[in-house]
Design a protein around this ligand. Structure first.
Ligand SMILES: Nc1ncnc2c1ncn2[C@@H]1O[C@H](COP(=O)(O)OP(=O)(O)OP(=O)(O)O)[C@@H](O)[C@H]1O
Ligand SMILES: [Mg+2]
Length: 498
């Protein structure tokens, strides 16, 4: 028991602190107070209801902490989650139990008002809001989890990347579900190790996150462990960047690089082919000429004549090859005119459809009814289609389908031709080489390997492009693009149809 002097001094000290303290009964009546004398109360507030005295109310405030203290016997804090609390109501933020009757009962509480802290509280609130806005406006995803893995911070960017809503994530998401099985644990293990950017830190870690409905998203993660004042782990925070766009661009870049290498390779092969073809042309002319002269000038036996005819025939085959090499290296002359691609395809099919090779092959035509004209050499274009369609037919085991589609790409100012077969397909390794001269997988004597290289040369020469896709066992698709011309047919093309 404190002495009277002690009690007197403590009360004085309380007053000197200039803190407003009110002792309130369980009926909300003011039993004692300190620090509110100067607040202009005309009569003593002792015995009056606190809500009436301080807030001019006729009944207790909604979220009064006094009630909580009386029920629980524990200190209580007013629920300040709703932001529109008046400044006056915020005066009643803290309430503490005071045990009386030898500590057996809590019959009154002390309700404290901290006007001096009001400013600080406001500052704290503003600082919190600033931090919250900072997290929200970050372009990268930010999420933090407590020591149990429960997500406690989840910004808009994190929601956008993962597909979860912020509200849902804060309520239901656990960090272990953000990654594939075992990965969250692995991240924590790395965070605790020294080898990944310092203890408690993980830098630029490429990993796959698991978004809503199991969607896998590649991310780059910077993570840290959050420690409390005693150095214990209190949770973790991660900043992550969606890598999908970057990976997509990288893939495109690699494809373009490959195409560039491919076209450079084809250009140098073209030069080589042109050189060889020119070198062979003259001697071949000589061989044919002198063989013919021998046939004319000498009265030879039939056997000898037969041999000479054989020489002429073989020399002719060589000249055909030379011609194709020149075609590939774009050394031949062209007769360009505006052409309707649909007509060119019809003409090609008319020429080859009756061959035995095509007897059990169905050709589907999927032609755009109105297709812009292209400027082309019709004979050469025919050559292109024949080569591709014959290859397609040869790739099938006697039966299958070939689908030819034509359409316009207005955006690119180009006409697109797709020739798709249901043949054996081409392995990725072989696909890299099919446009090279003399590349063939056919038995000796069955293919020269010049067909597609000629096709490539012709299409390039027409300012177009050609590419092929294939799946082993499913078939191959050749895509050709040719630039549209503004010129009209002027009837020339129809004359050419016969
Ligand atoms: N539609 C296709 N399906 C499967 N493989 C194909 C197809 N088109 C081309 N190929 C492959 O590409 C190779 C090269 O084709 P290309 O037309 O240049 O030569 P080839 O057909 O072998 O001989 P050539 O055309 O000179 O008679 C072929 O040997 C074949 O392996
Ligand atoms: Mg071929």
């Amino acid at each position: 028991m404190r002495t009277e002097k002690e009690q007197y001094l403590l009360l004085k000290a309380l007053d000197a602190f200039n803190r407003k303290i009110v002792v309130i009964s369980e009926e909300y009546r003011i039993l004692a107070f300190a620090g509110i004398e100067g607040n202009g109360y005309k009569t003593s507030p002792l015995g009056k209801h606190c809500y009436e005295t301080f807030f001019d109310r006729s009944n207790p405030c909604d979220k009064c902490p006094v009630k909580k203290v009386i029920i629980s016997g524990e200190p209580a804090l007013r629920d300040i989650s709703s932001d529109n609390l008046s400044k006056q109501k915020r005066a009643c933020l803290y309430a503490y139990p005071v045990a009386i009757d030898d500590g057996n009962n809590v019959v009154a509480v002390v309700k404290m008002e901290f006007p001096a802290l009001d400013g600080l509280e406001e500052e704290l609130r503003q600082a919190n809001r600033f931090l919250y806005n900072l997290l929200q406006s970050a372009c990268d995803g930010v999420m933090a989890a407590d020591s149990m893995g429960k997500i406690v911070v989840f910004n808009d960017a994190a929601a956008e990347v993962t597909g979860y809503s912020v509200e849902w994530a804060l309520e239901h998401l656990n960090i272990v579900n953000v990654y594939e099985d075992g990965i969250a644990k692995d991240i924590m293990r790395k965070l605790r190790s020294d080898s990944y950017g310092g203890k408690g830190k993980l830098k630029k870690y490429r990993i796959k996150a698991r978004g809503k409905s199991g969607k896998i998203i590649p991310i780059s993660l910077y993570a840290s462990i959050i420690y409390d004042e005693e150095g214990n782990e209190a949770g973790s925070i991660g900043f992550f960047h969606d890598l999908r766009e970057r990976i997509h661009i990288q893939k495109k870049l690699e494809e373009t690089q490959l195409q560039l290498i491919q076209s450079e390779k084809m250009a140098s092969l073209g030069k080589l082919a042109a050189g060889v073809a020119h070198q062979l042309n003259n001697p071949l002319g000589g061989i044919t000429l002198y063989t013919k002269l021998m046939l004319e000038d000498y009265d030879l036996e039939d056997n000898a004549k037969e041999d000479l005819y054989r020489i002429i025939k073989d020399a002719q085959r060589c000249r055909d090859t030379v011609k194709e090499l020149l075609e590939f290296s774009r050394q031949t002359r062209h007769f360009m005119k505006p052409i309707n691609i649909n007509h060119a395809i019809d003409r090609t099919l008319f020429l080859i459809e009756n061959q035995t090779l095509f007897h059990n092959i169905t050709v589907h035509k999927n032609k755009a009814p109105f297709i812009p004209l292209v400027m082309a050499d019709s004979q050469q274009l025919g050559h292109v289609f024949i080569n591709i369609i014959i290859n397609a037919a040869q790739s099938m085991d006697g039966a299958g389908t070939i689908t030819i589609t034509t359409k316009e790409s207005a955006a690119k100012d180009r006409v697109l031709i797709e020739i798709k077969d249901s043949g054996a397909g081409i392995s990725p390794e072989n696909l890299k080489h099919i446009f090279e001269p003399f590349y063939t997988t056919k038995e000796e004597g069955k293919g020269t390997g010049l067909g597609l290289s000629v096709v490539y040369g012709i299409i390039e020469n027409h300012g177009g492009s050609i590419s092929a896709k294939s799946v082993i066992g499913r078939g191959s698709t050749f895509n050709i693009e040719l630039p549209i011309t503004r010129e009209t047919e002027k009837g020339a093309e129809h004359a050419d149809l016969t």
